[in-house]
Design a protein around this ligand. Structure first.
Ligand code: HEC
Length: 116
């Protein structure tokens, strides 16, 4: 009897493990709609577009710049949350800090940009 219960427990644990594994993979996927909404709400499009150079680099250019580099996520997260100094037409100004409900929303935007 005990044996049966034990294997049942193991199977239950295995199922839980597999399910949470699938969920964490899903949590890492980019939510494109949420990222685009947040970028729009922050008016980042004033200086950035998907594929055209404006005052700031296109998201495709930034994705290419960090392609294959492990530090891309951290660099962009810092860029978007600490208002580093940038230069536009020779004039220095602070880069716009992104307004988002939490870090996860910012990380989603970073993933979105890096996957363009
Ligand atoms: C007033 C214009 C302006 C606005 C508004 C702006 N940016 Fe930028 N952004 C720039 C410029 C200029 C650079 C280039 C800075 C450099 O390379 O020194 C830049 C750089 C970047 C980079 C590349 C950073 C890197 O490490 O290569 C990303 C990503 C970015 N901006 C995202 C955003 C997002 C997201 C928003 C909205 C929250 C935003 N920007 C709003 C002008 C702007």
């Amino acid at each position: 009897m005990k044996q049966v219960h034990f294997s049942h427990l193991l199977r239950t644990l295995l199922v839980i493990g597999l399910t949470s594994g699938v969920m964490s993979v899903r949590a890492q996927a980019v939510d494109v709609a949420a990222a685009e909404d947040l970028i729009k709400a922050n008016k980042c499009g004033k200086c950035h577009s998907l594929d055209k150079q404006k005052d700031g680099p296109s998201f495709q250019k930034t994705a290419a710049k960090y392609k294959g580099k492990a530090e891309g996520d951290a660099k962009l997260f810092t860029h978007l949350t600490t208002s580093p100094m940038i230069e536009i037409d020779g004039v220095k100004e602070e880069h716009q800090k992104i307004k988002a409900k939490d870090d996860a929303a910012v990380k989603n935007v970073v993933k979105y940009i890096l996957s363009r």
